[in-house]
Design a protein around this ligand. Structure first.
Ligand code: 13P
Ligand code: SF4
Length: 302
C-alpha cells in the first residue's frame, strides 16, 4: 500500500473502532495526516483526559503512551511499536530515586513526564517542558529534587528561588545543540528569532529569544510578525512549522538533531496497531494509581 492508501484505511478503521490518534510533533509528517491531535507532552496528556474514544493510538514515545493509560485505565491504549523508548526516561529508576530521596528527606520530588510510571509513582508531582517553572513554584517545599533532565532543572533554577537538586539525565538530541554553532547561525541571519527548547544546555538557552516547549514554539511563530526563525529542537518541529507557515523561513540550529525513537513509528505500523489492537500499554494498578496522583496534581496546577 502507498501512503495515500494507508491513510485512507487508517481513517476508516479509526471510525469503525471509535479510535483516536494522538501524535507528538516529533512524529513523521505523514503521521500528522491521520492524527486527531498533534501536540507537546502537556497537550497530549490533557487531550488524553478529554477523549471519549474507546481506543487511543499513541504516536509518540513509551512514557507518553504510558501517561495516556495512567489517566485512562478503562480505554485501550496502543503504541504502534515497542521500540519507541525515550532514552532520557530510562536514566532514572526507582531505587536510585529512593536513595536520592533519603539524602534529601525534606525535598519535594518533581518528575518530568519523561519518566517511567514507577518513577512517577515515587514523585509528588509531574511536569512537562511547558509548565516546569509553574509546577515548581506551586510547591510549598523550598527544596526540590528534579528528575531526570538536568538541563530542564537548570532552566527552572533561573526562574525560582527554590533550591533545585537536579538528577544527572539528559536528552541526546537536545544536548548536541552547541552555543558556537548557534552563535554562528545568528551572526549569518541577524534578523532571525531564536527559539530554544529547555532540554538544551544552559549555554544554548543563554542565546535564546524565547525558551519554550514544542507547542510553545508553534504558538510563538503564529503570533509573531517575524519571518525568519532558528529553532533549537528536534527536526519534527521545523517540519511542522514549514507546513503550517509556508511564508516564513525556519532553520534548525546546528548541528541539527533527530529523535530516532520518535521516528520508529510509521503509517504501516499505525495501521497494524489498529488492525491487531497492538501493542497494549498496561501499568500495574498500584503503580498506576500513585502515578496518576502525580499527573493529576500537575494538570491541576494549570
Ligand atoms: P515537549 O514537552 O516540548 O513536547 O517535549 C517532549 C520531549 O520529549 C522533548 O524532547
Ligand atoms: Fe526523549 Fe529526547 Fe527523544 Fe524527547 S527528543 S523523546 S527527550 S530522546
Amino acid at each position: 500500500m502507498d501512503n495515500k492508501e494507508l491513510i485512507e484505511r487508517i481513517k476508516e478503521l479509526k471510525e469503525e473502532k471509535n479510535a483516536v490518534i494522538l501524535a507528538h510533533t516529533y512524529q513523521r509528517p505523514e503521521i500528522y495526516e491521520v492524527a486527531d491531535f498533534i501536540g507537546d507532552s502537556y497537550g497530549l496528556s490533557k487531550k488524553a483526559t478529554e477523549t471519549d474514544a474507546d481506543i487511543i493510538v499513541f504516536c509518540g514515545v513509551d512514557f507518553m503512551a504510558e501517561s495516556a493509560y495512567i489517566l485512562n485505565p478503562d480505554k485501550t491504549v496502543l503504541i504502534p511499536t515497542r521500540l519507541a523508548n525515550c532514552p532520557m526516561a530510562a536514566m532514572v529508576d526507582v531505587d536510585g530515586l529512593r536513595e536520592f530521596k533519603a539524602k534529601y528527606p525534606n525535598a519535594a520530588v518533581v518528575s518530568y513526564v519523561n519518566t517511567t510510571a514507577d518513577v512517577k509513582a515515587e514523585s509528588d508531582i509531574c511536569c512537562t517542558s511547558a509548565n516546569a517553572v509553574k509546577v515548581v513554584n506551586s510547591l510549598e517545599e523550598d527544596e526540590v529534587i528534579f528528575v531526570p533532565d538536568s538541563n530542564l532543572a537548570h532552566y527552572v533554577m533561573r526562574h525560582t528561588d527554590k533550591n533545585i537538586i537536579p538528577w544527572n539525565g539528559w536528552c541526546y538530541v537536545h544536548r548536541k545543540f552547541s552555543p558556537e554553532g548557534l552563535s554562528r547561525a545568528k551572526a549569518v541571519r541577524l534578523n532571525a528569532k531564536v527559539l530554544v527548547h529547555p532540554e538544551c544546555i544552559p549555554e544554548v538557552v543563554d542565546l535564546a529569544d524565547e525558551v519554550c516547549s514544542t507547542t510553545g514554539m508553534i504558538n510563538y511563530v503564529r503570533q509573531s510578525s517575524d519571518e525568519t526563525f532558528i529553532i533549537a529542537t528536534e527536526i519534527g518541529v521545523i517540519e511542522r512549522l514549514r507546513l503550517e507557515f509556508p511564508d516564513k523561513t525556519f532553520f534548525q540550529a546546528p548541528p541539527g538533531g533527530t529523535c530516532l525513537q520518535m521516528k520508529k513509528i510509521n503509517l504501516g505500523l499505525v495501521l497494524e496497531a489498529l488492525e491487531k489492537e497492538q501493542f497494549k500499554i498496561k501499568v500495574p494498578e498500584d503503580i498506576r494509581v500513585r502515578a496518576k496522583k502525580a499527573l493529576d496534581r500537575m494538570l491541576d496546577v494549570d
